[in-house]
Write a protein that binds this ligand. Structure first.
Ligand code: TRP
Ligand code: SF4
Length: 337
């Protein structure tokens, strides 16, 4: 029996190269060896976008296409929409008894997200909702409804897996050994910085290169990247470690990077040419993804079909888990339910 993976994204925007390097590239590789479930987490997206359902709805399709474009094969991976699996919501309610409010408030991922929101939008502490605070509980249900063994995530999601483990242990110790305890798996580049040098490339930060960006857009964005500020004239010496262009060359320019770094240090290359070369390398890397995405963009009915089939498969699996959960919790009142 293949081990089960569960992974996914909130549909709050198109996915970018940070998502690709941090997880999507890995997903395409993992689908042969594992039974992989990919969740389009619309319910989770609504926890902090409840006032913008249009945005979430639109991005369900975008994120599905991003996954398919990165090589997710619907015959190998099961891709589905969270809200279409009511068993996840049911399981969330049962789990919510097994975690304290204090523990949720200490969750580092939740804490960081709350402080980011304060910074970005000036959100007051007392506007924190029950739903948002509880999203780690719901995420535990996402994972365990499918009995997942492994969750490939970015570094920032590690506390989430830790929290999930705690809830699972509590469940199993109270009701019997029913739920599989998940393990985290970190991608090769756990986090990719933004074009502006921000530690995180983010949809809301406006510093991302999207998988759907064309050459022109990529070039424009790379031109705006932060470079070594001490370099003023074309042939000044500079330090590529202090430059976002250098940072991305390291990731995208396997063949040229040694030369790029050396020429930068020796004052033998101008930043404009250096950026053009980077834009071209990123464009080349993303070309097969962009083409595949275009194929699906032109066939929305195919994307819909893939989702419908994924939902059917995912539901079947989640129903099996809920049957066991209800039995363990002694709330299976009648035969055959
Ligand atoms: N929290 C993830 C994100 O930030 C999305 C997600 C929802 C997820 N449920 C999950 C990831 C379960 C891994 C496992 O986008
Ligand atoms: Fe950055 Fe390239 Fe300019 Fe060096 S030459 S500072 S790596 S853009």
């Amino acid at each position: 029996m293949k081990k089960i993976i569960l992974t996914g994204d909130r549909p709050t925007g198109k996915l970018h190269i940070g998502h690709y390097l941090g997880s999507l590239e890995n997903r395409a590789k993992l689908q042969d060896e594992y039974d992989q479930y990919i969740i389009i987490a619309d319910v989770q997206a609504l926890t902090d976008n409840f006032d913008n359902p249009e945005k979430v709805r639109k991005n369900v399709l975008e994120v599905t296409m991003d996954n398919l474009a990165c090589g997710i094969d619907p015959d190998k991976s099961t891709i589905f929409i969270q809200s279409m699996i009511p068993e996840i919501a049911e399981l969330t309610i049962f789990y919510s008894n097994l975690v304290t409010v204090a523990r949720l408030e200490r969750n580092p991922t939740v804490k960081t997200e709350i402080s980011q929101k304060k910074e970005l939008f000036g959100v007051e502490g007392d506007s924190l909702t029950y739903g948002f605070l509880g999203y780690p509980v719901s995420q535990t249900a996402d994972i365990t409804a499918f009995n997942a063994d492994i969750v490939p995530v970015g570094e920032d999601q590690l506390p989430m897996i830790e929290q999930a483990k705690e809830i699972v242990r509590k469940f199993n110790s109270l009701y019997g050994d029913v739920i599989t305890e998940p393990k985290a798996m970190i991608g090769n580049v756990a986090r990719v910085k933004g074009l502006d040098g921000n530690n995180k490339m983010g949809k809301s930060l406006g510093n991302a290169i999207y998988l759907s960006d064309n050459e022109q857009t990529i070039t424009l964005k790379v031109m705006s990247a932060i470079t070594d500020e001490t370099k003023i004239k074309k042939y000044d010496k500079a330090n590529p470690d202090k430059c976002m262009v250098g940072y991305y060359h390291d990731i995208f320019s396997e063949k040229d990077k040694e030369k790029v770094f050396l020429e930068c240090r020796q004052g033998l290359r101008g930043c404009v040419d250096c950026k053009k070369q980077l834009a071209s390398n990123i464009t080349k890397t993303l070309a097969p993804i962009r083409e595949k995405r275009k194929y699906y963009e032109e066939r929305p009915e195919l994307v819909e079909q893939i989702l419908k089939e994924g939902i059917k498969k995912a539901r079947k699996k989640a129903r099996q888990t809920m049957k066991k959960v209800k039995k363990a919790m002694k709330i299976n009142y009648f035969k055959n339910n």
